[in-house]
Design a protein around this ligand. Sequence first.
Ligand code: PLP
Length: 368
Amino acid sequence: MNKYYSIATPILNGNEKKYVMDCLNSTWISSNGPYLDQFEQQFAAFCQTKHAIACSNGTTALHLALMAHGVGPEDEVIVPTLTFVASANAVTYCGAVPVFVDAESETWNIDTDAIESKITPRTKGIIAVHLYGHPANMDPIMHIAQKHDLFVIEDAAEAIGAQYKGKMAGALGHTATFSLFGNKIITTGEGGVVTTNDDDLAEKVRLLKGQGIDKNKKYWHPVIGYNYRMTNIQAAIGCAQLENIDWHIRQRIRVAMHYYDYLQDDDRLTLPVQKIWSKNVYWMFSVVLNRYTELQRDSVMKCLKDNGIETRPFFYPMHILPPYKQGLTFTDFPVANRIASQGINLPSHGELTEGDIQFICRTLKNVL
Ligand SMILES: *Cc1c(COP(=O)(O)O)cnc(C)c1O
């Protein structure tokens, strides 16, 4: 039986089990308990931010951040078209409209030169996504935001530990959001975090995630809140994951370096970059199949699957998805269209050995 190479797998090789058992033994299994405070403190310390607020997943983290920034009906928020659907959906949950911007061909992140033409009097903010682990080019984004009085949320779901000019992802925008889903660099099963240096925004996020309960007056609800809480059990897993965060990130980088070794001489492929101003944490090592059509890309993925190698297509750009395509012109997003139709994510988790990657690369080249 041949080995199966999955695209992602959680690695729970630290104190995860011990801390979860501690929750069960102590009966602190719901959304109060010592691991929650510890997790938030460790997370904030890692991201070098003043606040980290744990919540139920990366999508609710985005929703909370948008609400804390006051986004509501009629507002517009700028979002890269090439991202996971949650980045746009959270805007829609607020009754606001995501306004899409094309990708840039090297890092595959938002094209900062294309942002300003999308700004209208209704624009409230920008969501900068650090796609597949490479940070967005934050200086121009922050500059545009300042000029037009906009907020910036980093969607750092895929980029814990990434850096921009030596600063941590999560500490670059006015707020940032993380996902701790099972396929992310560290996981709590399901889970999310909002980070910020702003006391006022942090307080708003805390209020909204816990049913809007006034912190000085029990069962008094000054606003409509949500139940977006994380449990102590999830936080316990998160504490164990954070103890080994540097190791988890190093494994992603190690895997990426092996891929570069075996693929960089192949001109049929475009590989991820690491701009000099960035630290890429390679959540998903990804390749663009130059000159292949979407159908050919899909059949490459099928052949890889037949060889036991799981891959994923790049995200479909938001502007072609049924809920968002109305009124948008396909041709307005040429870079995202091309990358999305030719891109695949390769197995990228930290348990892959150099031999595994050699096999994956050899098979990919044969299939091509
Ligand atoms: C995973 C992800 C999310 C959503 O996180 P969930 O925890 O699955 O809700 C949001 N944005 C991006 C870019 C993601 O990759």
